[in-house]
Design a protein around this ligand. Structure first.
Ligand code: T4K
Length: 376
């Protein structure tokens, strides 16, 4: 008889900086008396992150959501934007906060990303951009998407919230599209407790985004547009500076855990695990599986509930789909008939715990429990 975990086993556990190193950084901040408003820590973090992500220009923000909202402003987007329903609420919300209508496009069965073959049929004279999400850190079909954008004169704004450090054939993920947004929320592989970043190739985009995150203030006596408060503070920036030194080890540890999961789950009928994509350096930010009820014996929802009995707190990312939210379900593109793959996948997926502090024993125990449910 398998015992439940003694304490809740959450889907993730935040990476934490060394407390002594963090104290040293705090002493520096205390001495400087600069707590926010583009101080030395934020400036250093932006330099460090530009180097790590290989981005020409980069700005940090108080959250990924604010960063997305401001990216729409920087690109002067309006009208309709084609995006995916298989994502976190913030993707679609950031459009609506800009008075932009989200137009949901169905997803690919294998990557769970927007299906580029369906984008063109959704373009109207009101479309100004495509906003794909590299969901779970798996890169979208970036070349195909860019080709469509170029053909119709559209901008491409990537929600790369999950894709920190991912590379495609050696190229950083931020190389694609006009702007990419990375989330630095505590649940992400790399974080600043709360926070986010935008990367750009155009220095003018950075200039505008930096002004917009600081109320649109250009100088002491000049406010050029209605911005917001989207600034990251010095203490969170210090966390970010320190965690950047740990993120490579975290990715390595997660890769090992992921491979162990894949190996242990592969023999269980009805459990479909993801594979590494060719030419991609993954960051292993989530471990998602799909449940085929007919073969596995119980549904995704039943598995989720049974895992709870063992103190395993999995998550149904991304169920419900954004297109089925109360606030979006009446949009013309939200019809379930138009999004058959997304609706099917959202009922099958479940993310299992994954972080660098997990031990082999933990994975073995979770997999043994999942196997036992199949065997009844
Ligand atoms: N675009 C996409 C595609 C996104 O996924 C997100 C965020 C965004 C945009 C927006 O970026 P931000 O504005 O958030 O920077 C979490 C996160 O809050 C959210 O950032 C993330 N996506 C989303 C996928 O996941 P919840 O509601 O599932 O989080 P929560 O609080 O249930 O946390 C999950 C588990 O993590 C908990 O059960 C325990 C553990 N945990 C969590 C926190 C916050 C800890 O151990 N310590 C912690 O401090 O949304």
């Amino acid at each position: 008889m398998l015992e439940p975990f003694a304490k809740p086993f959450y889907i993730t556990q935040p990476l934490l900086p060394d407390i002594d190193e963090f104290n040293e950084m705090l002493k520096e901040i205390w001495a400087s008396k600069q707590l926010s408003n583009n101080g030395n820590m934020v400036k250093q973090l932006e330099r460090d992150l530009s180097g790590y992500l290989n981005a020409d220009y980069l700005s940090v923000f108080s959250s990924g959501t604010v960063a997305l909202q401001l990216a729409c402003k920087v690109l002067r987007l309006s009208g309709e934007i084609i995006t995916t329903p298989f994502t976190f609420a913030a993707t679609a919300h950031s459009l609506v906060w800009n008075n932009i209508k989200p137009v949901f496009c169905d997803i690919e069965e294998d990557s769970y990303n927007i299906n580029p073959d369906l984008i063109e049929s959704l373009i109207t004279q009101n479309t100004t951009a495509i906003m794909p999400v590299h969901v779970f850190g798996n890169p979208c079909k970036v070349k195909k998407i860019q080709k469509i954008a170029d053909k119709y004169g559209l901008k491409v704004l990537y929600d790369a919230a999950h894709a920190f450090g991912v590379k495609v054939n050696g190229k950083p993920i931020s190389d694609f599209g006009d702007i990419s947004m990375f989330s630095f929320h505590a649940t992400k592989i790399y974080h600043t407790i709360e926070g986010g970043a935008l990367t750009y190739k155009d220095p003018y985009f950075k200039e505008r985004a930096d002004s917009l995150r600081n109320f649109g203030i250009r100088s002491l006596e000049s406010v050029t547009e209605p911005g917001t408060n989207g600034k990251l503070n010095e203490i969170q920036a210090a966390v970010g500076i320190l965690l950047l030194k740990q993120v490579e080890d975290e990715i390595k540890a997660r890769k090992e855990i992921t491979n162990l999961y894949r190996q242990m789950l592969k023999e269980i009928p009805g459990i479909i695990t993801s594979k590494d994509m060719e030419g991609v350096s993954h960051n292993y930010s989530y471990f998602v599986i799909r449940i085929n009820k007919e073969e596995y014996g119980i549904s995704r929802d039943e598995l989720f509930d049974k895992l709870l009995e063992y103190n395993i707190i999995a998550r149904k990312y991304f169920y419900p789909l954004c297109s089925n939210f109360q606030c979006y379900k009446d949009l013309p593109s939200s019809s379930k008939l138009k999004l058959p793959v997304a609706n099917k996948i959202a009922d099958m997926v479940i993310c299992l715990p994954l972080h660098g502090r997990m031990r082999e024993n933990d994975v073995e125990k979770i997999c043994t429990i999942i196997k036992a449910f199949h065997e009844g």
